[in-house]
Ligand binder design. Sequence first.
Ligand code: COA
Length: 204
Amino acid sequence: MNAYEMDPTELENEPDLDAVFGEFPNLQTPNLYLRELTEDDAADLLAVFADEEVTRFYDLYAYASEDEALELIDFFTESFEVERSIRWGIARRADDRIIGTCGYVWLRRFRGEIGYELHRALWRQGIMKEALAAIIQFGFELLRLNRIEALVMVENTASAALLRSLGFQEEGVLREHDYFKGQFHDMRCFALLQRDWQARQAQT
Ligand SMILES: CC(C)(COP(=O)(O)OP(=O)(O)OC[C@H]1O[C@@H](n2cnc3c(N)ncnc32)[C@H](O)[C@@H]1OP(=O)(O)O)[C@@H](O)C(=O)NCCC(=O)NCCS
């Protein structure tokens, strides 16, 4: 084996990206569908993003038109097509209407970062925890990630508490890491390792 060949034992750990990105990986949980967004979801997505409380910790302002929701859907679709990221629409199984999104903002070898948001009327019902548990399992098993990260604005206590409830550990504050809405923002870095997730699963 020379320096440019991959160790065969390493190859076994590689994800099957053709399988992952061949077709959008729709998922189901007890109460939710995590599915591909289509342009038909624009009005429901607008209802999520038209709320300043939802976009408060984001590098965007509350949406004012369905066109902005359509642009976001197109962006997610294209990002999936070029295998840059995966964003699931979150829908309740009862009516399949979109109530939020979650997914991998970027993916690297063995590492990925998650992002998520939910319609404000549905906060504190355990919905995002259920959705994230499914995409975390997908990340560790299908994407073969070893580490899942999340960056959270220091003021975003709800998001930090959600991550802790899933077993993420806070690793520190990245000072002035992001710039948006005219200023720099400190971001808390959270991460969950595959072995820690497995240990938690074994306990339940
Ligand atoms: C962060 C967000 C997705 C949480 O979604 P959610 O569905 O309300 O979260 P869940 O109900 O699944 O909460 C799971 C756990 O997280 C914690 N948590 C969630 N929201 C909380 C809050 N406002 N205050 C304190 N703890 C909170 C709790 O421990 C909760 O469990 P409990 O309700 O049994 O106590 C939602 O507040 C949101 O969309 N915020 C705006 C967008 C955003 O900030 N995205 C993240 C950017 S990093």
